[in-house]
Design a binder for this molecule. Structure first.
Ligand code: SF4
Length: 170
């Protein structure tokens, strides 16, 4: 590991990077350990899809603060993320890039692949050209997590399926 890399950065999870791009308010609730029932339906569906689609592959490995699905290919680790749909594509891509970045800081060579089994689509995501964006995302996540109250919610289509709907809008 590079000695100048702040250890606190390694406490950030892939889900937190994902939520930064989905909704900063959601990120704050999640980071504070607030969980709501509704989310589990979607998480459950995602897990089911994953298990059905990738039954023969090694999965769910915890490395530091990140939990990844991966397989080894020669001297490189392949990080695989299975997603339901592409409505949060940027969030998916940044989560995958964060994994490459994170593993790189631990001295692990990795590549990342996103899977959309419902769409029969698989594609590689690279970190190249996005290093600065990842560093900025890490700084933003740290800032939002440090806030004493959630960022002001902004209503969007995402709210309809969000577990925190009642906290924001009821
Ligand atoms: S309900 Fe909407 S604003 Fe509130 S956390 Fe969810 S996505 Fe964000």
């Amino acid at each position: 590991m590079e000695s100048e890399y702040p250890l606190t950065d390694l406490l950030i999870t892939g889900t937190e990077i994902n939520y930064l791009y989905v909704c900063p308010t959601k990120l704050w609730y999640f980071a504070k350990g607030i969980t709501m029932e509704k989310e589990s339906e979607w998480v459950g569906l995602g897990k089911f899809l994953h298990e059905q689609s990738y039954a023969n592959e090694e999965k769910e490995v915890q490395i530091g603060s990140i939990k990844i699905d991966f397989i080894r290919k020669g001297n490189i680790i392949e990080v695989h993320e299975v997603k339901l749909g592409k409505s949060m594509e940027t969030a998916h891509e940044m989560q995958a890039r964060y994994y490459i970045h994170y593993l790189g800081k631990l001295g692990i060579n990795a590549r990342a692949v996103l899977h959309y089994p419902k769409l029969y689509e698989t594609r590689e995501v690279t970190l190249e050209g996005h290093e600065k964006e990842i560093e900025e995302a890490i700084a933003k996540v740290k800032h939002i997590k440090s806030l004493p109250t959630p960022p002001k919610p902004v209503k969007s289509r995402k709210c309809r399926k969000c577990a925190y709907y009642e906290l924001c809008w009821v």
